[in-house]
Design a protein around this ligand. Sequence first.
Ligand SMILES: Cc1ncc(C[n+]2csc(CCOP(=O)(O)OP(=O)(O)O)c2C)c(N)n1
Ligand SMILES: [Mg+2]
Length: 560
Amino acid sequence: MKKKMSGKQAVMEMLKAEGVTHIFGNPGTSEGPLIDMLGDYPEISYFMTLQESVAVGMGEAYARSTNTASFVSLHVDSGLANGIALMLDALNSGTPMVITSANYDSRKINETKTDLAELVRPVTKWAVELDLPDQIPSVMRRAFNEANSHPKGPVYVGFTANALEGIADMNIIPSAKIHDETRPDNTAIAKAAQLIKDSKNPVLMLGDRVSDDDAISEAIELAELLGTPVYQFRGAEVSFPTKHPQYMGIYSLRSKRSRQALDNFDLVIAVGMDVFEELFYWGDVILNSAQKLIHVDPIPGRIGRTEPTDVGVISNCKTALKDITYIVKKHITENAMGVEIDEINLRRHQSKLDVQYHHQTFENLVKDNWDMNPMSPARMMYELSNAIPENAMIMDDSVSNRDAVRHYFPAEKRGDIVGIRGQSIGGGIGATMGLQCANPKNPVFGIIGDGSAMMTIQGLWTAANDKIPCVFVICNNGMYRVLRVNYNIYQSEILKETEPAGENLLHSEFSTPFNIATIAQGMGLHGERITDPRQIAPAVTRVLKTGGPGVLDIVIDGSL
Ligand SMILES: Cc1ncc(C[n+]2csc(CCOP(=O)(O)OP(=O)(O)O)c2C)c(N)n1
Ligand SMILES: [Mg+2]
C-alpha cells in the first residue's frame, strides 16, 4: 500500500523491510539526513568506523557470515573513494553488499558535484544515483536483489539531497529471495561422468563457492567415491574438512609443490572456483594437452575464462556434485569404470599417504626452529590453536603465515575459518569485527599480518567504541614479508634468475618499529605484546576474561 513519506524515511523503511540490523559506515555532512533518521529506528545499529576501509571490511565478513547482503553507508565522493580498494575485492570475490552514500543537491551540477555512480562503476555489479524520492523503494529493492543473486557482488546506490528530502507516495516492498540455484544440464553431467570414468588419476579442486552452495558433504562423497586427493582453491571459505585423510591443503600455482602435483593428474575436476586464478602469469594454458578439465560453477561467465575446458557445467555446486556422484556410482556398481575397484582403493590409499607425507614434511621443517627467538610462526599458531575455546571462529588475514594457520587450525564446516579472499591488505581488522557482529555467541579471533593491520589500525577504536568483543591477534614480523616471498618466486620461477633478491627487497621492512599493543591501549582496548610462546595461552585467557575486544601483538620471526 502506498504511503506518503520523505525519501530519507523511505531509505530507512526499506532497510527495515529488508531486515537490515547493522549499518557499517562513516558519516559526512551529506549523509546527515540519513544519520538523523537513525534515532527513529532503534532496531538498526550504526557502527561508526574512522576510515571507510574498516566499514567495507566489516560489511564483507558480515555478508559472508550471514549469507546475505550487508549494508554499508559511506560519505559522498571522498568517503566512497576510500572504500574502493575493498569494494574491488568484494566484486572479485562475489560478496553481496549494498553500499550507499548521499550526494549534494542536483542543481549544483555546474559545480564540483561528482557523478558517484560513475566513480564506482568499475568496482560494482550495478551502480546508480537517484534524484527523485519515489525512485528509492524500487531501486533499493533491485539493489538487494542484484547483490544477493549471481554474480553476487557490491551494488552502489547514491542519493542526492533532492531524493532524500523530497516527499512522494512510496510502496515499501523488500526484495524477495531469488532462486538462482541453477540445475545442471543432463548432457553435461553425463559427459563429466564419462571423463571421470575414463580417468586414471583425477583430482578434485574446490573453490569458495562449494562452501557458498553448502556442498561440503557432496564434495566429500565424490572425493571418497573416487579416492582422489582434494585441494581447496584460495580457501577463504571452508569447502572441505581439513582433517579429512584425502585433504591436501590449499592449491596455489605460486607453490612449486602445487605446480608439480598437477602434472600427476589426467583430469582436474574444478568446482566453484575461478580456474587457476593467480597473481603471476604462468602461461596462457596451464594444463597439458593430455589433461582434461571439468569445471562446475554457479556463475555464468566464469567457465572457460582462460583455461580450455572439456566439460563446463553452469550449476549450483551441490546439485552438480550430487548428480555427478549419482552417475559415477552407477558406473562403479555396474563395474563399468575405466579402472577397477582395486585401483580406486589403491588411489584412495595413495591419497592418504600423500596427505600424511605433506603433513609430516611440514612438521619436520618447523621442528628445528621450535624454540627459536623470536618464535616461529608455526610455534605461534600451535600455541594459539591450543589456547582458543572450542567454539572460536577464526578470521584469517595472516598473509604470508597462512600455511601455518591452516596447519594448526582445523576447519570442518563453513565459518570455522573465514579468510580474506581478495587482493587488498587492510581487510582483516574490519572483517574480524564483521564476523563477530554476525556471530555474537562465538569468540572471534582475527589473525592479521602487522602490515595489513596497520593499514586500518584505526578500526580498533570501533571495536572499543561499539563493544565488539573480538580478539585481534597480530603476526608481528616487523615487515611486509610476503613481498619478499613473492619477489623470490617472481625472480627465480618466472624470470628464471639464479640469485633472487627477495630477502633484501627494499622497503619491505618496518625499520622504525611500532607497538600495536600500546596503539590498542591508546584506543581503549586491552593490549598485550607477547614475545614468549608460553605466554600466549595465559594472554588468551586474560583477554577473554575482560569481556571486551583486545589485541595480542605477537612478535614472530620473519625470515624466509
Ligand atoms: C591496499 C594495498 N596496498 C598494498 C598492497 C601490497 N601488499 C600486498 S601484501 C603486503 C604486505 C602484507 O604485510 P603483512 O600484513 O605484514 O603480512 P606478511 O607479509 O608480513 O605476512 C602489501 C604491502 C596491497 N595488497 N593492498
Ligand atoms: Mg608482516
